[in-house]
Design a protein around this ligand. Structure first.
Ligand SMILES: CC(C)(COP(=O)(O)OP(=O)(O)OC[C@H]1O[C@@H](n2cnc3c(N)ncnc32)[C@H](O)[C@@H]1OP(=O)(O)O)[C@@H](O)C(=O)NCCC(=O)NCCS
Length: 164
């Protein structure tokens, strides 16, 4: 793996524009749920705080990010975090960067005291589902045929989780 120069760190506000561009280029109609945001829209927002984003940086270039967040903001759900988004820049895929980002997200969830790290993926996103399985996430349930796909087919909304 040629990832010797890769560094995982918490995002900073100066990453905003590059993350917005990466996010806008990362999703295709087959794997997105909500249509991708345009590259000019600010990346950080109330629902995506800078301190909740882990970036993989290769020198001055950002290669990917993971966004951790609360799923249901009520005290009874304090022990659960969600991996809301995981992206590797299209030109950086196939280098194992996603493994480093998932490891970092799991480590950060543990550091924050979470008992469980959840996520959702489309059943048609085979790469993501297999990646998460390799890291020990198991399917907890699925909403069948929840999303219509561009080719007229259907995708299940798969809920997965890792107990920490
Ligand atoms: C999902 C994503 C982060 C994976 O990053 P990547 O750099 O492409 O992943 P890699 O090529 O390093 O492969 C990581 C793992 O994915 C799985 N994978 C990769 N290609 C696969 C394929 N063709 N079929 C099934 N699983 C595959 C494997 O588990 C692989 O691990 P391994 O190579 O050690 O066996 C990246 O494709 C991406 O950003 N996609 C768009 C956004 C997205 O779908 N995010 C997840 C939403 S839930």
């Amino acid at each position: 793996m040629e990832n010797d120069t890769l560094q995982l760190r918490t995002a900073t506000l100066t990453d905003d524009a590059e993350l917005a561009r990466m996010n806008a280029s990362a999703w295709t109609p087959e794997i997105e749920v909500v249509p991708a945001e345009g590259p000019d829209k600010p990346f950080f927002a109330d629902y995506r705080r800078v301190e909740d984003v882990i970036v993989a940086a290769d020198g001055d270039t950002l290669a990917g990010f993971a966004h951790l967040a609360r799923h249901i903001r009520i005290p009874k759900n304090d022990h659960v975090l969600h991996l809301n988004s995981l992206v590797v820049a299209p030109g950086q895929r196939g280098r194992g960067i996603s493994h480093r980002l998932v490891d970092a997200a799991v480590e950060e969830a543990r550091r924050r005291g979470a008992r469980k790290l959840g996520l959702r993926a489309l059943s048609t996103n085979k790469v993501a589902v297999e990646l998460y399985r390799q890291h020990g996430f198991v399917e907890e349930g699925r909403l069948r045929e929840e999303f219509r796909q561009p080719d007229g087919g259907w995708a299940d909304d798969v809920w997965m989780a890792l107990f920490l």
